[in-house]
Write a protein that binds this ligand. Sequence first.
Ligand code: ZN
Length: 213
Amino acid sequence: MIDRYLSLDGAMGAEMQSELTPSDAVALLKDGVRRSTSGKVSVRDRQSLLNDAAGGQFPYAAVLSCIDSRAPVEQIFDAASGDLFVARVAGNVASPDLVASLEYATKYAGSKAILVLGHTRCGAVKGAWAGLEDGHLTGLLGRIQPAVKSTKSDRGEEGSPANLDACSAVNVRMTMEALRQDSAILSELESKGDIAIVGGVYDVATGEVSWLD
Ligand SMILES: [Zn+2]
């Protein structure tokens, strides 16, 4: 399946998307990181991608990630136009409109995997850890508080880089669980084996992803 993906000239089409299994989609994400970190990125013809765009979109996966400028999702996974739905919000939290976007990406647009992607050195996690309250940030950072509480009780109160990065991983796991709890659509798709829900933490310094599954 990876060879078939790499031999694409334009965008992924309906037939290929429908033949992908959830584990194929996760394998494509993992191979994308391998290509990015090894410098062996794939190149597809821009005009072919643009031509295919008019015919619809058949992305293989959806990624819920942070807004951080050092975590450019398509680059991380060596993805082209039409490959990925990307939902971004500070701290990669499962707020309702983001959950709805993932429901659309999977149930209505056929993506086979959801990746919750946290990252190291996350400013949202750092803010939540410090108890920052300001404007709309208060509510957003409140969604990270369960991960902060859990990490502090395991590792102590010190806001060291290692503790904050550990909190990012806990936040990813809790976000994956929130998707299952808050969305009947996503939990049903997962239990039927139609999608996989996976998690990872992107290292902004190395470009690697630590997979949590
Ligand atoms: Zn972040």
